[in-house]
Ligand binder design. Structure first.
Ligand SMILES: [Zn+2]
Length: 437
C-alpha cells in the first residue's frame, strides 16, 4: 500500500494535468448577459442558469440591437435572448455551436417576429438588418424574405422559429454615439440600380442608429457636398448617372461635443440597364371567355426578373385602371383569375418587370376582349399562414388562421379582395394565400 501523501500528490498531479489539457479549448473571459435595466429585452433562461454567457462584445451587441429595436418599435414585441454560450465555452447540447461566446438564439416575446409564420415580413427583415448593422456576420433563419434581402442570412434546418445570430467582433458598432451606416444596397462594393434612382438622380440612404442624434450632418458624393437635417436618412444628390459609372459617397456627422462620426468613402457602381419585356400571349385582339393567362419574357444579360406588375385598363392605353403587383418571382405567366373582367369589354394590358436592383422594363400595350359569355368564377384561396383581414384603409378587421379558406372577389396592388367563411369582406396580402387548383 502506498503512503497517503503519495496518493494525494498523484491525484493532484492528475487533476492539474487534466485542467491544463482542457484550458486549450476552455474559454475564459466570458461574462453573463445581464437582465435588462431599461426593459428593452428579456432573457429566455434566468441569470444564473448558465445559458447566457458570451464575450463582452457579444453582450454589448445584443443590448445595442435590443435597445434600437425597442426604440424604433415601442409597440412591437421585444427581443428575448435565448441560448448563448456556457461560461467556459463547453459543449452546449443540443446545439452544435454556441461555444464561441459570439452566438445567440433570438426570438421576440410575447409574439415571435422571428417565426416563419409571423405575418409581417418587413418586421423580420428590419430586425435582421439591425443585427447586421451592429456587426452580425451570420443569421440562420428559414424565412424567405429575410434570406432574400439580408446577405448574411441563410436557411438551416430547425430554424423556423428563431434567428441564430453570430457576431463578428471586428464589426461591432458602438451605440453610445450616433451610429450611421450605409444601407446594404449602397455600401462599399455594391452595385445599385433603378431602386436608388428618382427622376434621374441618385438617392443615397443610410441607417441612423443609437439614441443620440448628431448636431449636423454632411453628405459628400463625388465632387458634391451638402448638408441635410440631422434626423434625415436619405439625400438626393446631383451625381452624373451613367450605366457602369462608379461613384463614391460618405457621411460626416458633427456631435454637440465637437467630435465627428459617420463613415468613410463607399464606392458603388451603377447598373442602369432596363430589362426588355416582350409580351407573349394572348395575341392582340384575342377574345377570352375565361380568365386569360398573360405571358411575357424578361431579358437582360446576367439578370433575372425579381418582380412584376401588371397594368390593365378599360379606358385605353393612357391610364391603367387596375394595377396588380408587385408580385415577386421569376414567373413570366400570370393567370388573371382573381379579376372580374365583366363581359363584352376591351381590356388593354401591359407588364412592367424589374430586376433585383429595381431596373424596370415596360412592355408595349396589348388588348383582349372579354366575350359575351365571359363569366367570372369566384375562386377559393387558403391562408398559408396566420394573417389579418384588413379594410380598405388598412385597419385590421379580423384575424385569419393558417388553413382558413376565403372566397376571392377581386385583386389590386399586392392585395386580394376576399370574403371570409364568416361573411366578412376585406383585403388580404396576396403572398399569404395559395389558390385552390
Ligand atoms: Zn442557435
Amino acid at each position: 500500500m502506498r503512503p497517503l501523501a503519495l496518493v494525494l500528490v498523484a491525484l493532484l498531479a492528475g487533476s492539474l494535468a487534466a485542467q491544463e489539457g482542457e484550458t486549450e479549448d476552455k474559454a475564459t473571459g466570458y461574462i453573463e448577459m445581464p437582465a435588462s435595466t431599461d426593459g428593452s429585452y428579456t432573457l429566455a433562461s434566468p441569470p444564473g442558469s448558465g445559458h447566457n454567457f458570451g464575450k463582452p462584445e457579444e453582450i454589448q451587441f445584443l443590448v445595442a440591437v435590443a435597445r434600437e429595436w425597442h426604440r424604433r418599435h415601442p409597440d412591437l414585441p421585444r427581443i428575448c435572448v435565448g441560448d448563448m454560450s456556457h461560461q467556459d465555452g463547453s459543449d452546449f447540447p443540443p446545439h452544435k455551436t454556441h461555444k464561441d461566446g459570439l452566438t445567440a438564439d433570438i426570438v421576440t416575446r410575447p409574439v415571435n417576429v422571428c417565426d416563419i409564420h409571423y405575418a409581417n415580413a418587413d418586421h423580420q427583415v428590419e430586425l435582421a438588418e439591425l443585427f447586421v448593422a451592429f456587426g452580425a456576420r451570420q443569421i440562420l433563419f428559414n424565412g424567405d424574405a429575410v434570406v432574400q434581402k439580408v446577405k448574411v442570412a441563410q436557411k438551416y434546418e430547425l430554424h423556423d422559429d428563431h434567428y441564430h445570430v453570430v457576431l463578428d467582433p471586428k464589426k461591432l458598432k458602438d451605440d453610445s454615439k450616433p451610429l450611421l451606416t450605409p444601407v446594404a444596397e449602397l455600401a462599399d462594393g455594391a452595385t445599385f440600380g433603378g431602386a436608388c434612382v428618382e427622376q434621374g438622380k441618385l438617392v443615397l440612404r443610410w441607417l441612423a442608429l443609437g439614441a443620440q442624434k448628431p448636431k449636423s450632418l454632411k453628405v459628400s458624393c463625388d465632387d458634391w457636398t451638402g448638408t441635410v437635417k440631422p434626423g434625415e436618412t436619405r439625400c438626393v444628390v446631383p451625381a452624373n448617372l451613367e450605366h457602369g459609372g462608379s461613384h463614391r459617397w460618405k457621411l460626416e456627422a458633427e456631435l454637440a461635443s465637437g467630435e465627428t462620426v459617420g463613415f468613410d468613402w463607399q464606392t458603388i457602381k451603377a447598373d442602369l440597364v432596363a430589362p426588355v419585356v416582350e409580351l407573349e400571349g394572348p395575341a392582340e385582339g384575342a377574345s377570352v371567355a375565361a380568365a386569360p393567362e398573360l405571358g411575357w419574357s424578361f431579358s437582360k444579360q446576367g439578370a433575372t426578373q425579381a418582380s412584376f406588375i401588371i397594368e390593365l385598363s378599360d379606358q385605353g392605353t393612357k391610364k391603367p385602371t387596375l394595377r396588380i403587383g408587385p408580385v415577386e418571382g421569376k414567373d413570366g405567366r400570370f393567370l388573371l383569375r382573381a379579376t372580374p373582367l365583366k363581359r363584352n369589354m376591351r381590356w388593354h394590358w401591359r407588364v412592367r418587370a424589374l430586376d433585383k436592383l429595381g431596373n424596370e422594363g415596360v412592355s408595349e400595350w396589348r388588348s383582349f376582349k372579354s366575350s359575351m359569355d365571359y363569366k367570372f368564377v369566384a375562386l377559393q384561396a387558403t391562408a398559408a399562414r396566420a394573417c389579418e383581414l384588413r379594410g380598405s384603409d388598412g385597419g385590421a378587421l379580423d384575424k385569419l388562421k393558417k388553413g382558413e379558406v376565403v372566397t376571392v372577389l377581386g385583386e389590386g396592388d399586392e392585395r386580394l379582395a376576399v370574403q371570409t367563411a364568416r361573411g366578412k369582406e376585406g383585403f388580404v396580402q396576396r403572398g399569404d394565400f395559395v389558390f385552390a387548383k
